[in-house]
Design a protein around this ligand. Structure first.
Ligand SMILES: Nc1nc2c(ncn2[C@@H]2O[C@H](COP(=O)(O)OP(=O)(O)OP(=O)(O)O)[C@@H](O)[C@H]2O)c(=O)[nH]1
Ligand SMILES: [Mg+2]
Length: 401
């Protein structure tokens, strides 16, 4: 995806500040590469340096490292001009402070961005030197973070930077293109498997099902909607096999047995992992199931606050499948709606629902919170696929295994 995403679709993040505050060091720390030259000489970076990358959970971004905006002399003035041109193509501006902290220089820069309605993040770098913030008052509604990115030492504050970027990203950047349209060829056919059981709402379909059907129509593709029992006869009636089968995760086992291995298969919840969250992070989270041991604490979080009925997926089925996989009893806790524990450090894994009632920013925020706490996070569909042993198959259609 990094290569194929057009530059214009990437979130552009500009790094600005005085010379020597650590703009280039920050770029290198977040990319984990030596992209920009770092030195104690003030004025090391001259022309803007662009680095496109995949930044989970945001997706494709490009960081732009710039020359210090307090550069001096005739050449310095030209460099400042070049850096200022970067203001034009930024979606988010980071103001980085170093030894001198916040001063009138940073304040003026902040006001410039404010006038441009450019979302801003304030970064106090070089925290390892125990610096004071300087003349800074926290009146503004702008994320303020503290980092330390000296080469050869472990960087701190980068997870908070990710979180701030999610918070400041414009709405359209956070919208993924489609639920499943890109997985289908033009005129393609998808079979949806929708169990009608006790939990199915009377007389209607649930939101991810409706959204997936609508997305298929929007992408000029065809859909066939069946219950589990009708799946095999439906496939038998088709002259050409479908391009994709999407099932309710709870029916994964039966459906995977009925659908030949050559036909791509996934679940509504896994589609939602990409649409509302971040496919790669949530897939990595599912792999943490491998390391679970009896007694480990697992948080199961659900964004809607429905009243659990029957064999509730979050309360009964997932705990049962996980326990079977781990081979011992886990200590499972639940969170519903907007409540989410502040301290996640004791959890070995967070399993989140598809999050159809949250917007993407809320789900990405939760992903960042978990990342910040060093706790893997996955979602219902991924966790079910993993514990039932069909994880690689369920991710194959996305090019992931
Ligand atoms: N102690 C400490 N030093 C840092 C940190 N970040 C950067 N430095 C040092 O600060 C100096 C300047 O770092 P750069 O990353 O080159 O700063 P810059 O803002 O890109 O500087 P110019 O390109 O000259 O504008 C280097 O000696 C870095 O090693 C940090 O978090 N802590
Ligand atoms: Mg630099």
């Amino acid at each position: 995806m990094t290569q194929s995403t057009a530059r214009a679709l990437r979130l552009h993040i500009g790094l600005f500040g005085r010379r020597n505050v650590g703009k280039s060091s920050l770029l290198n720390a977040i990319t984990r590469q030596s992209v920009s030259i770092v030195s104690s000489y003030a004025g090391t970076t001259t022309d803007p340096v662009e680095k496109p990358m995949e930044l989970q959970p945001l997706g494709p971004v490009v960081f732009i490292d710039t020359a210090g905006l307090d550069d001096e002399g005739a050449l310095g003035a030209q460099r400042i001009e070049k850096s200022k041109l970067v203001f034009e193509r930024c979606d988010i501006a980071c103001i980085i402070c170093g030894e001198e902290g916040w001063g009138s220089f940073e304040q003026a820069l902040f006001e410039t961005f404010e006038k441009r309605s450019l979302p801003t993040i304030i970064i106090f770098n070089k925290q390892d030197l125990s610096l004071a913030d300087g003349d800074f008052s926290r009146g503004e509604k702008v994320p303020v973070i503290y980092t330390s990115v000296q080469t050869d030492t472990e960087a701190t504050g980068l997870e908070q930077l990710r979180e701030a970027l999610v918070q400041q990203a414009p709405e359209d950047v956070l919208q993924p293109p489609s639920i499943l349209g890109d997985l289908l060829p033009a005129g393609g056919l998808v079979v949806f498997v929708v169990p009608i059981d006790m939990e199915a709402p009377k007389g209607r379909l649930i939101m991810p099902q409706v959204q997936a059907i609508r997305d298929t129509l929007d992408n000029d593709a065809m859909s066939l909607v069946v219950k589990e029992r009708e799946l095999a006869p439906a496939l038998d009636r088709l002259k050409i096999p479908p391009d994709l089968v999407v099932t309710d995760s709870q029916s994964f086992l039966k459906v995977s047995a009925d659908v030949p291995d050559t036909i791509p298969l996934t679940s509504f919840s896994i589609l939602m992992a990409r649409f509302k969250g971040d496919l790669q992070t949530l897939a990595d989270g599912a792999r943490a199931i491998e390391n679970l041991r009896a007694g480990d604490r697992v948080l199961i979080a659900e964004s809607c606050s429905h009243h659990p009925i029957g064999e509730d997926i979050g309360r009964v089925k997932i705990p049962r499948w996980l326990t079977q996989y781990v081979g011992g009893k886990l200590s499972i806790e639940h969170a519903q709606g907007r409540t989410f524990p502040e301290d996640l450090s004791e959890f070995k894994l967070v399993i989140h629902c598809g999050s159809c009632t949250f917007n993407r920013r809320s789900m990405l925020n939760r992903i960042c919170t978990c990342r910040g706490a060093g706790v893997p996070i996955t979602n219902y569909g991924m966790a079910i696929a993993y514990s039932l042993g069909i994880f690689p198959r369920a991710l194959r259609c996305f090019g992931l295994t």
